[in-house]
Design a protein around this ligand. Sequence first.
Ligand SMILES: NC(=O)c1ccc[n+]([C@@H]2O[C@H](COP(=O)([O-])OP(=O)(O)OC[C@H]3O[C@@H](n4cnc5c(N)ncnc54)[C@H](OP(=O)(O)O)[C@@H]3O)[C@@H](O)[C@H]2O)c1
Length: 276
Amino acid sequence: MTDEKTPPAPLPPLLLVGCGQMGGAMLAGWQADGLAPSVILDRHRDDIPAPHTVVRQAADLPDDFTPALIVLATKPQKAADILPSIARFARHAPVLSVMAGKTVGGLTAALAAAGAPGATVIRAMPNTPSAVGQGMTVCFAPPAATEADRALCTRLLSAVGDVAWVAEERQMDAVTAVSGSGPAYVFLLAELMEQAGIAQGLPAGLARQIARRTVSGAGALMEQSGLDAAELRRRVTSPGGTTQKALDVLMAPSAWPAEMEAAIAAAAHRAHELAS
Ligand SMILES: NC(=O)c1ccc[n+]([C@@H]2O[C@H](COP(=O)([O-])OP(=O)(O)OC[C@H]3O[C@@H](n4cnc5c(N)ncnc54)[C@H](OP(=O)(O)O)[C@@H]3O)[C@@H](O)[C@H]2O)c1
């Protein structure tokens, strides 16, 4: 039986391939959570302290290192260069890929061709709020992955936010469109509210401050209250009042409802194209 006060077990050793925006955000969360001595492959990072080892090129990866998991976090177009160098580790450890558009089947086949037949590949789509521990990551595992593999991925990705799993890989396209790309839609909202405030005569600095704080504050309220977004919206909408007037514009069937649906469909379509 687990004592509720027992801290979670330290994170096992990882091979992190690519430590840029996303790999760096995840690593920061893992370091804070007590990551066992791990190896990071990235040609730009010289600021990661011991007990971790940073290597700048794949040829320098240590032969005697046995990671519990390999995390692939380079740009998708770099995958073909990297996979042959990590195949020897993938013979013994599962691979977690956060690369957009790279399918489990494609990566498994590429690893098999590189000398790791039957490697277990799990796919995840994180988002950039992971950098502040507020990420949303959705994962897909093929039947070959074990419960232990899935639990390890959940444990790791929980260090940078919430984690969910989908049962079918094709759902990753919609996930990419909603939560992977989603922070950009919210940043656009802040930009447009700022510009509209300026158009209404506000000083630029004040317009920026109130737009940013409204977006982040509303997000925090939604998170902390646990209420549905629709209910929170109704609570600030008095019939015939100012909010109602704005929502009449935004919620017209041809406005945000149709536009958001079209935007997410376009992003999901692009995710599907990239994965094909
Ligand atoms: N950023 C996001 O919002 C986001 C969200 C969801 C998923 N993702 C996925 O996360 C992955 C990484 O994205 P990112 O934005 O973090 O990319 P990134 O900032 O370019 O980070 C990748 C890092 O890996 C290094 N690298 C690549 N190949 C290497 C090699 N052979 N040897 C040594 N270092 C190497 C890169 O260096 P060089 O630049 O010199 O190659 C770079 O520092 C992508 O596949 C993306 O689809 C990103």
